[in-house]
Design a protein around this ligand. Sequence first.
Ligand code: ADP
Length: 367
Amino acid sequence: MAYDLQLKNVGKVYDNGTPAVIDFNLDVEKGEFIAFLGPSGCGKSTTLRMISGFETVTTGDLLIRGQRVNDQPPEKRPTSMIFQNYALFPHMNVRQNVRFGLEVKGLPKVEADRKVDGILDKLGLLDISEMATSRLSGGQRQRIALARSLVVEPDILLLDEPLGALDANLRKSIQNELKLLQRDLGITFVFVTHAQSEALALSDRIIVMNAGRVEQISPPRELYTRPTTEFVARFIGSNTIIPGTVRTTEGQTITLDTAFGAISGTNRIEVAHSQGEKMSIVLPAEAVELLPAETDEDTLRQSFGANIIPCRIERLQVIGHIMQMLVRLENGETINTEGHVDKYRGRLTVGASAYVAWHSGGATMIA
Ligand code: ADP
C-alpha cells in the first residue's frame, strides 16, 4: 500500500525539555480527511507543524508518498498549510494573495494566471478578486486562505483550526464546503481541531490525542460508539462509565460484577481478560433505552438479559421528533439520553421510577 503520509514513532521534545509529541504512528491514504482532536496543549499543532516542516522532528521518521522528509524545508514539501488567522497579506488584493505562492515558485505569468483564475472560480471568489482582503468577511477570508493554499496544488493540505475564528452558523456552512471541496479535489486533508463536532462531521478518521500521545485512531462513528480508553470515553460523545471486575467472558461479551449487579458489554479489542480483572463498561447515550417501571420483568430480561438498572426520571423534553431524557441512577450518576417521541411519549413521567437498559452489543468494555 502506498501511503500519502506516514508517521513512524515520531516524537518532539522542545528545547526547553517539553515532550510535546510521543511515539506518534499513523498511515494516511491518499484522499483521506484526517482530524487531530484533543484538548489544548496535547500536541496537535506540533504534529501538524512537523508534517509541514515548520517544526523539526526530534525522533522517528516522517514520510510523504514514501519519501523521508525529516530534513526537507517546508517549501520543498508537497504540503500547504492554512493557519487559524489565515495570515493574509493586508496590502494585497484577493488575486495577489492567491497568486503569491506561485510567484515564489517562479511560475510563468500565463500559467500562474490560469491557475489563479481556476481556483478563484472554484471557490466563488472571481467577483471579489480585485478587492482588498481587509474589507472582506470572515467567511470570504477563509475561502481566500483556502484558495491560496490550493493554488500550488499540494498533495496534502494541512489546516490548523481553520474555522476557529468563525461564528457557529458560518462554521457549519464552511464545514460543508470544505468537505465537498476535499472530495472534489481528492487530496489528503489533515485538520487540527479541539471541537469534536467538527472532527466528527468532517473526517474519515479521527486521531484523538492526550498529553502528547495517540489515544485512539478510528472513524467518527466508531470513536463515538466504541471508545477504547477512558480518556476517549469521557472526551467524546455522552458516555456513562460503570466500573467493575470481570465475572465471565463469552466470546466478545464480557460480564462484570458492578455496584449495579452483573452487567455486560462487548469487548472491541481481541484481548483476553481474566476473572477478577478490573474493567469498565462504557454506555453510550445512543445505546441506552428507557423503560417504565411497570414493564414486565420477564419481557425486560428476554430483551436485555441482565443489562437493566433502576433509575429515576428527572427531565423529559420534546424537541421536534426527539425526546431528550435525563435520568439519575441509584449511585447519583446521571445519564442523558434521547429517542424518537413516538417511542416514549405518554410512557414516561418526570419523578417516576424507570429502568435503563441496553443490549450487550451496544456497550463497550475498557480496561
Ligand atoms: P495543541 O495544538 O494540541 O494545543 P501544541 O502542539 O501547541 O498543542 O503544544 C503541545 C505542548 O508543547 C504544550 O505543552 C505546549 O506548551 C508545548 N509547546 C508548543 N510550542 C512550543 C514551543 N515553541 N516551545 C516549547 N514548548 C512548546
